[in-house]
Design a protein around this ligand. Sequence first.
Ligand code: GLC
Length: 428
Amino acid sequence: MSAQLDNQAISILKENDLGGYTIPTKGLYPYQWNWDSAFVALGFATFNMDRAWEEIELLFEGQWDDGMVPHIIFRKDDPSYFPGPSVWGTTNPKIPTSGHSQPPVAATVVRRLFEQDTSAAGKEKIKSLFPKLLAWHRWYHTYRDPEGHGVIAIMHPWESGRDNLPDWDNAASYVDISDIGEYTRKDTSHVNPEMRPKKIDYDRYLAIVKFGRDNNWDPKIVAEQCPFFVADPGNTFILLRADRDLLAMAEALGETEAAEELKGWIALTEKGIAKLWNEEKQAFCTYDLRNDVLGTGISSASFLAPYAGIREEKYINPTREHFDRIAAKVNYTMPSYDPDHPLFESMRYWRGPVWGIINYLIATGFAELGDAARAERLRTDTVALIEKSDFAEYFDPITGEGAGGNSFSWTSAIWLTWATPSLTAKAA
Ligand code: GLC
């Protein structure tokens, strides 16, 4: 079973490879996506190291002059996707892209590739990627934390990578949608609309894109005026982790100035996360910086503190308790949203389903804490989901049914690099 799934995962990555970069899935997502590519690189690294590096290098070909690495790179126009390059209206001179970013997992992935690839070529790769990663992190700290709170905001739900999370609903409800005009969605022609965001969500998504386009995606204006600006525990923890990984690389490369800058960001964020801590809920939640509202929802990102290297018991103990509460309620961990919350929906985008890549991140954190049992629960659940429902985009935490796109690249990559018992045993 496992060898057959290994082969299937490898085939999916090869089939979704459009020549140096990999699309998430045919039909629904026909371009290069930012954090998808980072996970995909880990998958390639299990059988083709050069191709793994190439995935990251092509992602950085889309980097803007200000350091931002966009969430989508439109190498060729594909009418099966909306909103395409003309809706974004970005002016990046190199390649058409979207106008905002996505969770910065790339530095963490690059560190892993660097540790795995001890060849001279590997050292050269990292030398050329290091300044690009640093510039991206600096962009995040400058423009998505303009007041230096030590938490990272998103300017669009898509920037979080967890598009349709109920936690964005309230902040997005303040976005003026009166001026967006007519548009035709394409996503609901590829998959069941019941699994996708609703029209009101899409109206808001497009209104924020319009704001960005009208302001030439200037990150300073975005920070000051974007109608949606919400600090996200997901991007905050992922960047904190990535800063630590970049620091390790800075030290290996003798980049002392960069190391000092990174240490500053790490110290700031370690303190800043207190702003996201909801004392009553005993969990990390979102913080709407525009309207000054601390969220109350518990999402899969609430479990990323260990991954970010947070060790304080006042945070970690309640995190474990929430994990156990939720794990007892579902057949498959970790639902993207709290099943005890009234807005939980087991099959709708980021409002309940399980994503393999998020399980991998949470499990990495627990494993590093020495919490093997919780890490293993996440891994075996991921294996069971893929065995039951193939390499789907995401899965129902109760029934295990697969949903969204199929033959999905990052689900395949996560199988190869982490979930699969055979390869894990080989790597050990
Ligand atoms: C959706 C997901 C996002 C992902 C993209 C491509 O927009 O929410 O996280 O990167 O699809 O898979």
